[in-house]
Design a protein around this ligand. Structure first.
Ligand SMILES: *Cc1c(COP(=O)(O)O)cnc(C)c1O
Length: 383
């Protein structure tokens, strides 16, 4: 279910037997990268392509970003870096955010992958590898500036900087940290993390600073350092809560109706009978469920759209199907094979995420394998 074409041809059954049709607009992705890179200037924008480029397919996404001028890539796991290394040439930097696990060091060095060193143990392991090879190895160094996730504390950073042999055999490419609240521009934690980052970075004055994620790029220019690390904004997610989305949507998702029916008042609908029709209702069953990444938390809460009309989810989301209340549509409107929208013009990624009690990131990275995936605008846009 993985094909590349310019647009969805109207005369094809749109989902071709798949659970639904997922379109990924590589032209919009490209425009989003270029806009973020311009916004970052004079810093550069890297691209975070972890989790298979937020579920959209790193093998399709990475070539577009390379063509758009991106030269720095971040993944989370070392296994992701090894998979992407052949796509991302040695003239580009490929960083692993989760750093080194014991035993990864030789393969990491052989592959030319750059670990983000998140603590003393990782620094020591990388130094040992460099010594063993009699080589200098590249690394990023992360500080924890207020998230308690990964990175050296300020005290540890001071100790490392004060030790003349602290980074022996290591060439620091960047120093970095990660913002915990960048999607909330008014959150005071941002300024606190910035101050801590500037303090830590001053200990390594020769090394470029890499700090802002998508949200950070929409805080003040102080957050941008030399290299920014956007992820979600590349893929059409809104980097800031409550503000208009500055980017272009990349993903649409529509799902086929497999059956429409009318039920009398009193009918229990779906698993557990959590919804009982209080009037005669018209229902449509669509061909996707939680196994396709439509969260079960949308049961009796979320909706799909057809022809500008909101169709509430009736009862629980099943593994492979969802029941919609289509009573609001004129009778006979929605037929077997018709496609309803889950993500698109009427329902953004953020809206479906909010209904599900989650965030756009989780919706994207959960998108299932059973959709027909159509990559639009695969060619570079002509200027
Ligand atoms: C995921 C991640 C990013 C990208 O964040 P977005 O909010 O998607 O832009 C950047 N840096 C680190 C350390 C991350 O884990």
């Amino acid at each position: 279910m993985n094909d590349t074409m310019r647009s969805v041809s109207a005369d094809l059954p749109a989902a071709l037997g798949a659970a639904g049709l997922l379109t990924i607009d590589l032209g919009a992705l490209r425009e989003n990268y270029i806009a973020l890179d311009r916004r970052a200037a004079p810093a550069r924008a890297a691209a975070v392509v972890k989790a298979d480029a937020y579920g959209l397919g790193a093998d399709k996404v990475v070539p577009v970003l390379l063509d758009a001028g991106c030269r720095d890539f971040f993944v989370a796991h070392f296994s992701e870096a090894l998979r992407l290394r052949p796509l991302i040439g040695q003239d580009c930097r490929l960083f692993v955010l989760n750093g080194l696990l014991p035993g990864d060091e030789p393969v990491c060095a052989d592959a030319g992958v750059i670990p983000v060193l998140n603590g003393f143990e990782q620094v020591e392991a990388w130094k040992a590898e460099a010594k063993h090879r009699g080589a200098v190895l590249p690394a990023a160094l992360q500080f924890d500036t207020g998230m308690a996730r990964l990175g050296l504390s300020l005290d540890e950073a001071r100790a490392l900087a004060a030790d003349p042999a602290g980074l022996e055999g290591i060439r620091l490419e960047i120093v970095m940290s990660h913002l915990a609240c960048a999607d909330e521009p008014d959150n005071a934690a941002n300024a606190g993390q910035l101050a801590a980052m500037l303090t830590a970075a001053a200990l390594f004055p020769e090394t470029p600073v890499c700090f802002a994620n998508s949200g950070g790029l929409f805080l003040s220019p102080d957050y941008r350092g030399a290299l920014c690390r956007p992820g979600i904004a590349l893929y059409g997610g809104n980097p800031q809560n409550g503000a208009a989305n500055p980017g272009k949507p990349v993903v649409t998702l529509s799902v086929a109706v497999v059956q429409a029916r009318t039920v009398p008042a009193g009918t229990a609908i779906g698993y557990g009978g959590t919804l009982v029709a209080d009037r005669p209702m018209r229902l449509a069953v669509i061909s996707a469920g939680y196994a396709d990444g439509i969260p079960r938390s949308l049961s009796n809460r979320g909706s799909a759209w057809y022809d500008g009309v909101r169709l509430p989810i009736a009862g629980r989301v099943s593994m492979d199907s969802i029941i919609l209340d289509i009573t609001a549509l004129p009778e006979g409107t929605l037929k077997r094979g018709d496609m309803v929208e889950l993500i698109g013009d009427h329902q953004t990624l953020e809206q479906i995420a909010a209904d599900a009690g989650t965030i756009s990131y989780e919706i994207l990275t959960s998108l299932g394998k059973r959709y027909r995936r159509v990559y639009r605008n695969p060619q570079p846009l002509k200027a």
